[in-house]
Design a protein around this ligand. Structure first.
Ligand SMILES: Nc1ncnc2c1ncn2[C@@H]1O[C@H](COP(=O)(O)OP(=O)(O)OP(=O)(O)O)[C@@H](O)[C@H]1O
Length: 598
C-alpha cells in the first residue's frame, strides 16, 4: 500500500488532464451501458415475453409509461432503434476511451523509461562498481515492462471501479435490497480471498528474481563462451539452464493456477448465489418472472466487477515488486549522482575547455570499494603529477593502479584525503570541464557497433578526415584501416569487421588522440600490441610529450622508458616514486626488481 501512493502521484503527474478525461469518458460509457440494460426490461414487456408489473420500479415504470404512449405497432421498433443507438454511442466512446487509456499508459511507460535511463546515465561510477551489469539490463527491460503491465492493469482497475459504481447505482435503482445483498457477498468473498493476493505478490517477487537470474546467467555465459568451451563446461551450464527454466515454468504455472482458481472460486460462488436466490425467491416469496429477471440482471452486471477487480488486483500485486525495484534503483541513482551533474551546462566535447593543467596532486588519499571492509584498495597516497610531463604508474596486478586512475579522473571519490588540480580540490571544480580535458583509453577498450568514423566523431563531432587519419597514424592504425573494405566507413563490431584486440586498442587510442586532450590517460592501452606497433605508438607519445600531460599504466616496462616520473604501487600504497633512470639505479628498489624480472 505504501508503494501505491508514489505510483499514483507519478501517474497523475505524467498523465495530467488526460487522466480526468479518461475518467469522464468511463463514466459516460458506463451510463450508456446502464441505460441500455434498462431498456431490456420494457422491451421484454412490450414483446410480451412476459407480463411484468413495472409500476413500482423507478425509471422502468417511467420508461414503460413513455413506451406505452407510442402506437403499439411502433413500440418494438422504437425500443430496438433506441437500443442500437445507445450501444453504438457507447461503442464509439469506448473506442476513444481505450485509445486515451493506452496513450496514458504509454506516456507513463516512456517517462519512466527515460527517467530511469537518465538516472542511470548520470549516476556516478561507484554505482556501476557495486551493481551487476545484467541487473541494470534487467531493470531497463523486464522490470520496466512489468511496471507497464501494472500500469495497464491499474487503469483497467480504475475503469472497472467506475463501471462498478455506476452499475451498482443502476442496480440500486432496480432493487436496493438485492444489490446490497450482492455487494455484501462480494465484500465477504474479497475478504476471504486475501490469500490469493498475498500469493500473487509472492509469485511476482519470485518471477522477478527468476528473470533476473535468467538474464544475469545468460549474459555471463555468452560473454564467457570462450572459457566455457575451452574448459569443456557446456554440460554444467546446460544443467543450470535446464533447472532454471524448470523453475520458471513452475512459477508461471503456479500463477496461472492461482488466477484460474480465484476466477473459478468467484464463478462457482456466483452460480451458487444465483441458484439459492432464485430458489428462495420462487418458492418462499413466490416472486414473479420479472423480478427473477431483475435478480439475474443485477448479478450479471455487478458480480463480474468483483471478479474483475480480483483478477486486476492480483496482476497488479505481481508487478509491484518490479515497481519497487525501479523506485529503489531511482533512489540509489539519486543518492549517487555523478559529480558532473552540477556542471552540465558546459557544452559536451569541449576540448581543453580553457583549463591548463599545471599539477595534479593526491594528498593522503584513502579509498575502499566496500565501506564495511577494513582493508583499503588505496591507502595514504601522496603524489604529484606535473603538467605536460609523462608519468608512469606501475605495480603488480591488484596493486591499485586502475583505482588510482579512476580517482584522478573523478569517477570515484576518495574516502579521505584530497585530489587537487592546479591546487584546487577536484570536487570543487567544474567537473564537466575537467572531464572534457581528459582522453582515456581503458584496459578494456570499447567501440560502438558503428563505423570507425562515427566511433571517432563521438569525441569530436566536427573532426575532418585529415584529423582522423592523423590520429589513426599516431596510434599505428593507419595501415590496417586503409586495408579495410570501406576504410573509415567500415562498420566495426558484431556484424561488421571483427577487429583484433590490438586493432581495437589502437582505434580507441586514435579516438583519444583526436580529442587532443590536456590529459591523456592510458590504462594498459598498448598491452595487446606487437613490438613494431608499440614502437609506433611510443614515437607518437614521444612527439606529444610537452604538449599534454600523459599518464600511463603499463605492465610492459619497455612502454614507459621515456617517462619523466614513475610511481610504483604495491598493495594500495606508493612504495617508490622518481625519474625512470633514478629508480633504475636504485638496485634494491621494487622497480629495479620488476625490470630484472622482465
Ligand atoms: N569493483 C571492485 N569492487 C571491489 N574491489 C575491487 C573492485 N575493483 C578493484 N577492486 C580491488 O581493488 C584492488 C585494486 O584493484 P585495481 O583494479 O585498481 O588493481 P590494478 O593494479 O589496476 O590491477 P591490474 O593490473 O590487474 O589491472 C584489488 O585488490 C581489487 O580486488
Amino acid at each position: 500500500m505504501a508503494l501505491l501512493f508514489p505510483y499514483i502521484k507519478k501517474f497523475h503527474a505524467i498523465s495530467g488532464f488526460k487522466l480526468y478525461l479518461n475518467f469522464i469518458l468511463m463514466i459516460i460509457v458506463a451510463m450508456f451501458e446502464g441505460i441500455s440494460i434498462y431498456l431490456i426490461m420494457p422491451m421484454l414487456s412490450v414483446t410480451g415475453v412476459f407480463d411484468m408489473d413495472n409500476s413500482d420500479i423507478p425509471v422502468i415504470s417511467w420508461l414503460t409509461g413513455i413506451v406505452s404512449t407510442i402506437p403499439a405497432s411502433w413500440q418494438l421498433i422504437v425500443l430496438l432503434v433506441s437500443y442500437v443507438v445507445l450501444v453504438l454511442g457507447q461503442a464509439l466512446l469506448q473506442r476513444y476511451q481505450i485509445i486515451i487509456n493506452n496513450t496514458i499508459q504509454q506516456a507513463f511507460f516512456r517517462t519512466l523509461r527515460i527517467e530511469t535511463y537518465e538516472a542511470l546515465l548520470y549516476a556516478n561510477w561507484s554505482l556501476y562498481v557495486r551493481k551487476r551489469k545484467s541487473d541494470i539490463n534487467h531493470m531497463m527491460t523486464t522490470e520496466l515492462a512489468n511496471v507497464s503491465i501494472g500500469t495497464s492493469q491499474a487503469l483497467r482497475l480504475g475503469t472497472s471501479l467506475v463501471f462498478s459504481i455506476i452499475q451498482i447505482c443502476f442496480a440500486m435503482w432496480l432493487s436496493i435490497k438485492l444489490t446490497l445483498f450482492v455487494m455484501i457477498c462480494g465484500i465477504l468473498l474479497a475478504f476471504f480471498s486475501r490469500r490469493f493476493l498475498k500469493d500473487a505478490k509472492k509469485l511476482g517477487s519470485k518471477t522477478n528474481k527468476l528473470s533476473q537470474e535468467y538474464l544475469g546467467g545468460i549474459t555471463e555465459h555468452f560473454n564467457g563462451m570462450k572459457d566455457i568451451k575451452s574448459n569443456r563446461l557446456e554440460d554444467q551450464h546446460l544443467d543450470w539452464f535446464q533447472k532454471l527454466c524448470r523453475r520458471m515454468e513452475h512459477n508461471y504455472i503456479d500463477f496461472v493456477t492461482l488466477q484460474s482458481t480465484s476466477q473459478m472460486f468467484y464463478k462457482v460462488i456466483s452460480a451458487m448465489l444465483i441458484a439459492v436466490f432464485g430458489y428462495v425467491s420462487l418458492t418462499l416469496f413466490h416472486a414473479e418472472v420479472g423480478q427473477i429477471a431483475i435478480i439475474v440482471i443485477i448479478f450479471s452486471r455487478v458480480w463480474p466487477s468483483f471478479s474483475g477487480f480480483q483478477a486486476s488486483w492480483e496482476q497488479i500485486q505481481t508487478t509491484i515488486p518490479a515497481f519497487k525495484n525501479v523506485l529503489e534503483m531511482l533512489k540509489e541513482c539519486e543518492n549517487s549522482k555523478d559529480w558532473v551533474l552540477g556542471s552540465r551546462d558546459s557544452s559536451p566535447n569541449t576540448v581543453n575547455s580553457g583549463l591548463e593543467l599545471e599539477s595534479l596532486e593526491c594528498r593522503q588519499v584513502y579509498y575502499k570499494y566496500d565501506s564495511t571492509l577494513t582493508s583499503y584498495a588505496l591507502e595514504n597516497i601522496n603524489l604529484r603529477i606535473l603538467g605536460n610531463q609523462m608519468t608512469a604508474i606501475v605495480g603488480s596486478s591488484g596493486a591499485g593502479k586502475s583505482t588510482l586512475i579512476d580517482l584522478l579522473i573523478g569517477l570515484l571519490k576518495p574516502e579521505r584525503g584530497q585530489i587537487l588540480i592546479n591546487g584546487v580540490p577536484l570536487f570543487e571544480m567544474n567537473m564537466s570541464d575537467y572531464r572534457n580535458m581528459i582522453g582515456f583509453v581503458s584496459q578494456d577498450p570499447f567501440l560502438f557497433h558503428t563505423s570507425i568514423r562515427e566511433n571517432m566523431q563521438l569525441v569530436k563531432p566536427d573532426a575532418s578526415d585529415e584529423q582522423m587519419w592523423e590520429a589513426l597514424k599516431a596510434s599505428a592504425s593507419e595501415g590496417f584501416v586503409k586495408k579495410l573494405p570501406n576504410g573509415l566507413d567500415t562498420i566495426v563490431g558484431d556484424r561488421g569487421i571483427r577487429l583484433s584486440g590490438g586493432e581495437r586498442q589502437r582505434i580507441v587510442l586514435a579516438r583519444a588522440l583526436l580529442k587532443k586532450p590536456a590529459i591523456l590517460i592510458l590504462d594498459e592501452a598498448t598491452s595487446a600490441l606487437d613490438h613494431e606497433n608499440e614502437a609506433i605508438v611510443q614515437d607518437a607519445l614521444e612527439r606529444l610529450k610537452g604538449k599534454m600531460t600523459i599518464i600511463v599504466i603499463a605492465h610492459r616496462l619497455s612502454t614507459i622508458r621515456n617517462a619523466d616520473q614513475v610511481i610504483v604501487l604495491e598493495n594500495g600504497r606508493v612504495i617508490q616514486q622518481g625519474g625512470y633512470q633514478q629508480l633504475t639505479n636504485e638496485s634494491n628498489g621494487a622497480f629495479s626488481k620488476m625490470l630484472r624480472y622482465q
